[in-house]
Design a protein around this ligand. Structure first.
Ligand code: NAD
Length: 370
């Protein structure tokens, strides 16, 4: 078994450990059945880290995350930590990881499983077979730009200021991520900005085009105004493959795209950092959902978002697209067979626990790999 791939698993709080337990079973299955081995470390992040060490993440865990090929995170947070000082809150652990690993590219896929096509608010024919990926710039733009603040003007009025600012290296690096990912998918990138009304949008468009022309001429590139992109996502989402966009527009477009497909319990995500000399990128994979304190401990959480996040790790950190496909196909078949966790329950289907859903996915993996 080749075991030079390192994973750091951070289950976190609430349903995090429950859903990550199922990820662990699938990882073990890959070791046993596909000779895809991982060196696995586990650590604490969030409220559980605060209970053990008085901080939401220790320096040691941050170091482990820096050194791992990929980090798999469950979820953090819970009402018992809501009154902690801001600097100690569970979410600070996750934010510190994202910041220290400089994870500037956030990947949010929107994949519509046929079996759940009715869960979408759009017509089945619009979303059936949907598989798109939004790449959002995560560490720049208007959420971080200076000057910012609220000021009192001499005439007594108040003024709020935020600054949309991007430099060419910031645009180049996220554009490269989008083009590389498109190369592993169907080879199409749409870049969204507001070049019609914003100088930073003009720069964005020019820099993305430059990266394309210099390094990725084989990828099909189009440009679209972000407001039109929002409209096209609900009109005809299947026209897209990879969409690359800035922090603000990506915030909106990724939520819009994700919700085309239904439940929070089904949504994976990844955040990637810069490539090192060997091309390896720091990476953190996590479900979009939180720690779901309302159902934590009941054994009913949907593990699919976490399993799909692991599939993303296989595809994007380890170049194991066939293995990622196996997980996605196993999930698809189990849903088609009628099993549902409570969050995606539909009339006439069979409601199952977290563990039974995980076991069903593993039996399906057995069948697919036979
Ligand atoms: P949430 O995502 O935890 O839950 C929202 C609703 O969706 C709940 O009703 C929950 O039961 C349900 N849900 C979520 N994931 C599910 C799953 N896998 N299976 C079945 N049902 C699921 O969001 P919230 O309630 O706003 O936040 C709860 C806590 O999680 C808070 O402390 C919040 O700060 C934290 N949070 C953490 C993250 C993260 O770790 N990345 C993200 C969002 C919220």
């Amino acid at each position: 078994m080749g075991s030079n791939k390192s994973l750091l698993m951070l289950p976190g709080d609430g349903i995090g450990p429950e859903v990550m337990g199922q990820v662990r079973c699938v990882i073990d299955w890959f070791g046993d059945r596909r000779s895809v081995g991982f060196d696995i470390k586990e650590g604490l992040v969030g409220g559980c880290a605060y209970e053990a060490h008085g901080v939401a993440v220790t320096d040691e865990v941050v170091d482990d995350a820096m050194n791992a090929d990929a980090v798999l995170l469950g979820a953090v947070g819970g009402p018992q930590w809501d009154n902690l000082d801001f600097s100690l809150k569970p979410e600070r652990g996750l934010l510190r990881l994202r910041k220290d690993l400089d994870l500037f590219a956030n990947l949010r896929p929107a994949i519509c499983f046929d079996a759940l096509v009715d869960a979408s608010s759009l017509k089945p024919e619009v979303v059936r077979g949907l598989d798109i990926l939004i790449v959002r710039e995560l560490t720049g733009g208007v959420y971080f730009g200076e000057p910012r603040g609220i000021e009192n003007l001499p005439d007594g009025t108040r003024r709020g200021v935020n600054t949309q600012v991007y430099t060419s290296p910031e645009i180049e690096r996220v554009a490269k991520v989008a083009f590389e990912l498109a190369g592993k998918r169907s080879g199409k990138v749409c870049s969204a900005e507001k070049a019609n009304v914003m100088e930073s949008g003009i720069l964005w468009r020019e820099e993305v085009q430059k990266v394309h022309d210099a390094e990725f001429p084989n990828i099909e590139l189009s440009h679209m105004y972000a407001d039109n992109c929002a409209m096209q996502l609900v009109r005809a989402p299947k026209q897209f493959d990879v969409i690359v966009t800035d922090n603000l527009f990506g915030d909106m477009l990724s939520d819009e795209a994700a919700m085309l497909t239904g439940s929070l319990g089904m949504l994976p995500s990844a955040s990637l950092g810069a490539a090192d000399a060997t091309g390896r990128r720091k990476a953190l994979y996590e479900p979009v959902h939180g720690s779901a304190p309302d159902i934590a401990g009941e054994g009913v959480a949907n593990p699919i978002a976490s399993l799909l996040s692991f599939a993303m790790a296989l595809r994007y950190s380890f170049d194991l697209s066939d293995d990622a496909d196996l997980i996605e196909n196993a999930i698809k078949n189990v849903l088609e067979g009628g099993l549902r966790t409570a969050d995606i329950m539909q009339t006439g289907k069979t409601r199952v626990s977290t563990i039974v859903m995980g076991e069903a996915i593993i039996s399906e993996l057995d069948k697919l790999a036979a």
